[in-house]
Design a protein around this ligand. Structure first.
Ligand SMILES: Nc1ncnc2c1ncn2[C@@H]1O[C@H](COP(=O)(O)OP(=O)(O)OP(=O)(O)O)[C@@H](O)[C@H]1O
Length: 336
């Protein structure tokens, strides 16, 4: 009998994708296929270990643990006020945790020998003096971190601010300030990038640009962690997802597993709806009826084909509804 593929909730209430052995090959499989061995073997470059931050009675972040790995873009997702910024600030040594530890490349931020060579951060747009030009800002930052003038020029080109480099940053749009912040983070070409809502203020062209930049960084072996309150915005970029709800991590999984496990909804028409309903349910599917269509979650289209064949029920239609990622995220974000 085909197995139901699901995200499982562990004893701590954390949603995780269960790994299991493929019975035929004996290989470990994730719900979305074989696990990429490099994902397991490459050591995490960002580690949050039981991070907690309280402000008086406000528990902004509560025992947050997760990892981000090289070669992958990790999305840190949560609704407004869920604790994303506080967590990122703890990772970067800007906010002292009440308890727990944050590590970049296996060290606490304050123990990094050359922080700007190891991690670049885009946390907020107000980093530059409004009376300073974009170029002057980058040059002064380059002096501080030991980057060259030619690097400044190359970065102004890369973030598409070369034309506006002489303008005061006070006249920059939100998107231009975001581009300048990205250039500042990249001055020493650090392997780890941490970005808080990087798409904020960017127009569609800017969003496409930042996506390409971050994907390229990960493809070169870099580690990217970025926060957002919009899953759909990140759907085409991130490899792994960490969901934070009211200060607690509720899901840490490859993004593809969310599609496979939560979002797949199959629409099925058949001559013998009743019989089909029975066999699909006994195989672990969750079945509802919508007119003459059965809607099923928890089974793949391959599962349904096999089950229907074994039950000798002819199918008239079997379609997979495209997953609504935003809906998944909102459901998971509201789960606690
Ligand atoms: N310095 C502070 N003093 C008191 N409460 C704080 C402080 N910083 C954050 N908080 C509270 O901690 C919680 C988490 O805030 P945080 O900014 O980390 O969330 P967020 O997910 O980044 O939200 P947003 O998407 O709106 O930026 C919120 O309830 C916030 O009001």
């Amino acid at each position: 009998m085909p197995r139901l593929r699901e995200i499982v909730m562990d004893s701590g209430g954390l949603l995780r994708v269960e790994e299991r052995l493929d019975r035929r090959t004996g290989q470990a499989v994730a719900a979305n296929g074989p696990i990429d061995p490099s994902r397991r073997s490459s050591p995490a470059m960002i580690q949050a270990i039981g991070l907690t931050k309280s402000y008086g009675h406000v528990h902004a972040v509560n025992g947050v643990s997760f990892e981000a790995r090289p070669g992958r873009v990790t999305g840190f997702l949560g609704l407004n006020g869920s604790g994303k910024t506080t967590t990122l600030r703890m990772l970067l040594g800007l906010t002292r945790p009440t308890s727990g530890e944050a590590r970049i490349n296996h060290r606490r931020f304050r123990d990094l020998k050359h922080p700007s060579k190891e991690v670049g951060a885009v946390l907020e747009q107000g980093i530059s003096h409004p009376g300073q030009s974009g170029r002057a800002h980058l040059v002064s930052q380059a002096l501080i971190v030991g980057a060259s003038r030619s690097r400044v020029d190359a970065l102004l080109d890369e973030v598409d601010l070369a034309q506006a480099a002489g303008q005061r940053t006070g006249q920059y749009s939100l998107g231009m300030r975001q581009r300048l912040a990205v250039a500042t983070a990249l001055l020493c070409d650090p392997p780890v990038l941490v970005l808080d809502e990087p798409a904020n203020g960017l127009d569609p062209e800017g969003v496409a640009w930042i996506r390409a930049l971050l994907r390229n960084h990960a493809n070169r072996g870099g580690t990217v962690l970025l926060s957002s309150h919009l899953l759909a915005e990140l759907a085409h970029l991130i490899d792994d997802v960490v969901i934070i709800v009211k200060g607690r991590v509720t899901c840490e999984a490859p993004l593809a597993s969310l599609y496979d496990n939560v979002a797949s909804r199959l629409r099925i028409r058949s001559r013998d709806q009743r019989r089909l309903w029975q066999v699909l349910e006994s195989a672990g599917g969750r079945v509802t009826r919508n007119g003459d269509v059965l809607e099923v979650v928890g089974l793949t289209s391959e599962d349904v084909g096999e089950i229907a064949f074994q039950a000798r029920v002819p199918l008239h239609e079997l379609t997979v509804d495209p997953p609504d990622l935003e809906q998944i995220f909102l459901t998971m974000a509201a789960a606690r």
